[in-house]
Design a protein around this ligand. Structure first.
Ligand SMILES: [Zn+2]
Length: 87
């Protein structure tokens, strides 16, 4: 499985190491890939209700749907509850 990194974040990190200036040029020369960022959210039980809502877009799901849907049907968030650097 391929893994992707944030080119801008890597270039910024490389700025901390002046002896690695050439590495920045190599990073910039690498081809770009079309990558979709994955939102990591979770189903949260709605207060006073049996329904759950997506913590990103507030889409409502019934208990059985909440158990079976690993992705929010509205916003596409992956419902694994691991929030990683939203922004
Ligand atoms: Zn959602």
């Amino acid at each position: 499985m391929k893994e992707y990194i944030d080119r801008g974040a890597l270039l910024k990190e490389l700025e901390r190491f002046p002896h690695l200036q050439m590495a920045g040029g190599i990073v910039r020369s690498m081809p770009k890939e079309d990558v979709v960022e994955v939102k990591h959210e979770e189903w949260k039980l709605c207060k006073g209700s049996i329904t759950y809502s997506c913590t990103y877009c507030d889409y409502k799901a019934f208990p059985r749907e909440q158990e079976e849907w690993f992705f929010c049907p509205r916003c596409g968030a992956k419902m694994d509850g691991e929030r990683k650097g939203q922004g």
